[in-house]
Design a protein around this ligand. Sequence first.
Ligand SMILES: Cc1ncc(COP(=O)(O)O)c(C=O)c1O
Length: 406
Amino acid sequence: MIPFSPPRMDKKIADAVVEALYSGWITTGPRTKRFEKMLTNYGGQVTTLCVSSASAGLELMLRWFGLKEGDEVIVPAYTYCATANVVIHCGARVVFVDIGDDFNISVKAIEDAITPRTKVIMPVDIAGFPCNYDEINALVAKPEICTLFKPESPQQVLLGRILVLSDAAHSIGAIYHGKRTGSLTDITVYSFHAVKNLTTAEGGAVCLNLPAPFDNEAIYRELNAKALHGQTKDALAKTQIGSWRYDIIEPGYKYNMTDLQAAIGIVELERYDTDMLPRRKAIFHRYAKALSTYTWAQIPSFETPDKTTSYHVFPLRIKGISEEQRDKIITGIFKREVAVNVHFVPLPMMTYYRDAGYRMPDYPVAYDNYSREITLPVYYDLTDEMADEVIRAVVEAVEAVEEVVR
Ligand SMILES: Cc1ncc(COP(=O)(O)O)c(C=O)c1O
């Protein structure tokens, strides 16, 4: 069986973790700080806070912005549940909007959904392909949209407009107009979950890029406390001579990254551009070249003059099929010993959100994309021969569903 997304693990990573294990310090410490600096240099944002997951990072930033009951957050209907669940945790309302042909949030749909209660927009770079950030940033800065904005918290007053909090769980290393995700919006959050391009087993990072007069470094310090129970010092700082005394300035969260995770992340990031991304890119090109010879195959956008994906997963669509036919094809692919997936079942189709009153007919593009989508595996250890097996399994399974090729 060709698995869907095994992590790349080798001696280099094992050695780095063992070294951290015996270093005398295994929770947040020097490795986490070093990883944060490396991420800042890589993404080009002003500064970076490592956290325990992207979900934690997104929620931390919604709470930092003062999100509360009665507020609205615009989220694409087509995303993983984390993007929307964190909004619910804060007591605010999720406003789902439809997506475009590239799987990403539609800027027109965002514009139509903005109300005086809108506090945050959360674009998601699905499969690693960046959203239309110039348009989104221009939209929130429009004078008539700023006039609608009703700031309540000190952070909202200072920003004076809707916050763009981008969910870049899939898109570390993706490029938009020559810049990497991390530096494209006010705040960007990466995920280092086990299936992501760059993993720390579990983990995430908050990239801060807030405009003046925000002091991103001061916010970084504030967030460090917020992510550690509101403590004024972390455990390492407390071990220094005369530094045992600390204060609790707020009832914060427990969202810190450990040095064991950071040890993995450092190795991953050191070789990310030179080794990891080129391999993923080669797999994308192999799939695109082979599958584009079939009239039924719809190849996703992944390299355009403006954008380059992070080659996270390959969201193939099959033209003109129903959801049931797609499901049959997936079963056929699995029977041929290849694991595939669907990214994503739109959230309004999930029980919690459906019961909350969201209706799929309101998101027709999301439904169309979902119903014809099959995610093909992309990972470092997937060889050319394995990629060819994936292609063969897909072609055979599609062609076995007669209606598709007729
Ligand atoms: C689009 C998206 N957002 C957020 C997350 C949450 O990431 P984490 O597991 O690091 O909390 C994921 C994870 O799969 C995701 O796919």
